[in-house]
Design a protein around this ligand. Structure first.
Ligand code: SF4
Length: 321
């Protein structure tokens, strides 16, 4: 049984041992840093203060963030600042592709800030970036981690038509915490996006954070919702407070609870789950893709209908065991 308690009144907010990471550095790390800076590019690794930056950049992987480093939303968990956004840089897709080629990536993860100011939410910019990477490095798989495009179906279609190998969209947290953590987002809208992409044959992936005040039943329900909307890859990681202005950590979830969540998700039918305190959306993305590719037939399973009961008693038993 996953034992994840609801928010405790008093929380020890000192970081536990399992969240401590080495300071980033080394030749490969510096090479990635110079390449990103030299190309006038942004990465979510830096902008979101990702704790894995030392590990990932030393392995020569990075997640590029398109369309600037400020966001039109103000999610209270996210380190990327909200504020005035820059006009689109039409040459950015080419420069991202060039960086992918120079790094010799076999698997590229591309994300963006949310751009609700743009008519298509930046979907065509995503599409151009996918096309440029295909041109510059045809052997490279491309995963896109996209915003919800405010539910605009044509925008989603633009990205799907560009043919990413994986289409990732994070639900981030349980629906009860949306108003607190991401007030401009909508849980059902995100599920619908994943369902729509899956229905068109896209390989879909999502992610959520724990430690924001959710309980185990809620997390299991989200996993169930994602699965029945066609999602087959999932990341689950610990929420970390980027600054005092952001939501506090409600709880540091111990590694063994992540293991239990992973087991529960695999029993549900997910092809791959990456779960752990330091896991982020793009963490070990290439390995996740490989796991999904091995189990490709499951991706075409029919999506359960919306009208089905949310989490039946027998399913609770299965996933909570
Ligand atoms: S986990 Fe993702 S965001 Fe974090 S450093 Fe690695 S590639 Fe960058």
């Amino acid at each position: 049984m996953v034992r994840m308690k609801r928010v405790q009144a008093v929380v020890d907010r000192r970081k536990p041992e399992w969240l401590k990471v080495k300071l980033p550095g080394g030749i490969t790390f510096s090479r990635v840093k110079n390449l990103v800076a030299g190309g006038g590019l942004h990465t979510v690794c830096e902008s979101a203060h990702c704790p894995n930056i030392g590990e990932c950049w030393s392995r020569q992987t990075a997640t590029f963030m398109l369309m600037g480093d400020t966001c039109t939303r103000n999610c209270r968990f996210c380190a990327v600042p909200g504020g005035p956004v820059a006009p689109l840089d039409a040459d950015e897709p080419r420069r991202v592709a060039q960086a992918v080629q120079e790094l010799g990536l076999h698997y590229a993860v591309i994300t963006s800030v949310t751009r609700d100011d743009l008519a298509d939410g930046g979907a065509s910019h995503f599409a151009r970036t996918i096309q440029e990477i295909r041109r510059a490095r045809p052997s490279c798989q491309v995963e896109v981690l996209i915003p919800d495009f405010q539910g605009r179906r044509d925008a989603l279609q633009t990205v799907i038509d560009a043919g990413p190998d994986v289409l990732n969209h994070n639900v981030e947290t349980v629906p009860r915490l949306y108003a607190l953590a991401r007030p401009q987002a909508d849980y059902q809208r995100s599920l619908h996006l994943l369902k729509e992409a899956h229905a068109q044959g896209a390989k879909t992936k999502s992610g959520l954070m724990v430690g924001l005040g959710e309980d185990s039943e809620e997390v299991l329900q989200v996993m169930h919702d994602l699965y029945r909307n066609g999602c087959r890859m999932l990341t689950i990681g610990q929420y970390l407070q980027p600054s005092k202005r952001h939501l506090p950590v409600a709880r540091y979830v111990p590694p063994k609870e992540f293991d239990e969540l992973k087991r529960s998700g695999l029993r549900l039918g997910f092809a791959h789950i990456e779960a752990g305190p330091l896991v982020r959306s793009s963490y070990h993305a290439e390995q996740q893709w490989a796991a999904l590719a091995k189990r490709a037939p499951r991706q075409s399973e029919p999506v359960l209908s919306r009208g089905q009961p949310a989490l039946a008693r027998d399913e609770r038993t299965i996933i909570g065991r």
